[in-house]
Design a protein around this ligand. Sequence first.
Ligand SMILES: *Cc1c(COP(=O)(O)O)cnc(C)c1O
Length: 824
Amino acid sequence: MTYSIEKITTLIGAHRYGENESDVAFILTDSRSLCFPEETLFFALQSDRNDGHKYIPELYRRGVRNFVVAHVPADWAERYPEADFLEVADTLTALQRLAERHRDEFDIPVVGITGSNGKTMVKEWLYQLLSPERFVTRSPRSYNSQIGVPLSVWLMDAHTQVGIFEAGISKPGEMEALRKMIRPTIAVLTNLGAAHQENFGSMEDKCREKLVLFRDARTVVYNADDALVSRVVREANLPGEPIAWSRQDANAAFYVSNVEKRAAMSVVSYIYKGVAGSYSLPFIDEASLTNSIICAAVALQLGLDRETLHRRMGELEPVAMRLEVKEGQHGCTLINDSYNSDINSLDIALDFMNRRPDHQGRRRTLILSDIYQSGEAPEALYKEVSDLALKRGVEKFIGIGPQLCAQAKEIQVSEKFFFHTVEQFIHSEVFRSLHDEVILLKGARKFGFDQLTELLVNKVHETILEVNLNNMVKNLNHYRSFLKPTTKLVCMIKADAYGAGSVEIAKTLQDHRVDYLAVAVADEGVTLRRNGITANIMIMNPEMTAFKTMFDYDLEPEVYSFRLLEALIKAAEKEGITDYPVHVKLDTGMHRLGFDPVADMEQLIDRLKHQNAIIPRSVFSHFVGSDSDGFDDFSARQFALFEAGSSRLQAAFDHKILRHMDNSAGIEHFPERQMDMCRLGLGLYGVDPCTNAILHNVSTLKTTILQLRRVPAGDTVGYSRKGRIEHDSVIAAIPIGYADGLNRRLGNRRCYCLVNGQKAPYVGNICMDVAMIDVTGIDCREGDSVEIFGDHLPVTVLSDVLETIPYEVLTGVSTRVKRVYFQD
Ligand SMILES: *Cc1c(COP(=O)(O)O)cnc(C)c1O
């Protein structure tokens, strides 16, 4: 489905500059995701942090011709002769308006889903239940925001028979815009939880806001067992037919009369509109159960016959939300995306791969299974796959499944291979010869991609550090929200990004356009450069022996003493380098490193003025206690000293020297001292240094139970017979020890880990590679997962026991523990 630019001008009420006729099929809001320039309409969105108008020159150069803008560039006719600019008062509103008008084209059932949890799962399961015969258009992944919803709604096309869209809000007033775009015929509230409560007066206020989605829906689906939700729905006097589900009220439209949990499945009996039925579900957890009930109610409402519903419920697959990045064998990196296979999620995964830089030479390979998407002819579908793969830089294509084999000619990637099954691929020469590639694995579970991934990843020691990149970005945005749009940001990724792994963290930060990355030593910077990081990099502890390396790799050193300054100037002069950027550190009270902001300034300025090998790019100092009110007077003195010293330096030069002092705690505690730039460290990794609370948890250290044994009262566990067993106990051995970073002082019941959500104390001395934990009374098996710290057990619990700071625990996780990265 395409729209002429003339039609779009009318639909969004724009003033048009330019008269080039063209048709638009794609909408773009993020310039980095450009794929098909000729048919793309770019919306120059503006936020506090960024302005899409900045990217117009680059996008024009890359072939984009249609732009929705808030202000037309000066002399547009000369600079962009082939372009059309549609000028509107507000570009986000225009994007939403276009989605609304697009929605008007469809007189089909549309399901709108809101709620604090479960939106994506319900959406994906509904898709699994309906898609075998109906062409469903749904939000890709969790595109449910003010920008994500219009992009999702835009995906509906002539084939679409059912739309399923998520609506996510975080503030009052947001739902109305989403409702107007989705205009659900069936509106669903999955549940009401605590998320985003800080922005709402009460739970009731939040509930009312979410229920704005219900306003004109023909059917509204909600949980009758939640008294608050029920009451608010009643009071809202909605015109739609209420389909309340309940496990208590036999009069509810969808009454769940019984739930029977067996070993690995549940059987749900229900009465829907007076008729009894039952289905089995291959899950037993409560969340899955609730989500299945919602899906059943909606699917029946959409006219799916019961027999089909019951059968497909039994075949539901788990919804993998994550894109994982793992080290593979033979120099490969694996990006594993087992999220339902369809063209939109394929595009998102390809975009992710394409945006992550890689060092020279590694090919980008796509391993893809057949895509089931009813309603589209396979030729057209796989031609589209091929176009996407080519545009997103795929150099090698491996197709698995009968459909792909049949459509092999549609795939235009030069190096391509096809196999009917994963088995055949695994036994082929193509599989054996995979090496030094970045591999995106995108395949449906039923093709056995799990098995494939297992073979391709490095055999890991069962202990891993899971790093949640989404949450890191949330933390980044949290701290950015304290900053003025013009304030720059340095992200501290020293000590291997506080243990999280600097390369992948740097790739994500670079993609989010942070201004500087900072590492401790030159080698850390070299590693980043070798992995394709092009962002500015600062070296905080430059070694005198590494100046040449820094010049070669464009790494900008900190200078903190005259000795270092002289050596650096000499080294730069020897290489014939001029104006090499450096960062001057002043000591305002830490008394660690730095020039004296009073006594040294004259000599420092004089020396810098009488050479041209290096120039000061920034000047900075570090607070001693920005995390605590108790040091506010001292901090003020530090700041005054810094202001005076840095002003003298600036006054001596014509070019702008960036001034910075705030670290994570400083950003929060004294945002008024943000100056030109801030340095974000611990906060990025999810620990609020002021309160020790966890913002969005980034790192989770996990392991598995190796062995379980019963130990009778009176026996001991571990070295030196330290672990005395008082009562008959069950003891589990886990493959993590002090050599992995599990501090020995946590042993002897001073701390605990979590096994299936329950606390299991460390028993006896922690060994080098293994520890023993007490799991008496905990339902667990060998192979079960154990959380050392992370999502459910804050790292600060460990650091408190150890009487240290979370920094030490995070950076102590040894490099032999594999890092696994994921993002939704
Ligand atoms: C590590 C470091 C930071 C970051 O500190 P956090 O407390 O982790 O935010 C800032 N500045 C300098 C000079 C640092 O060494």
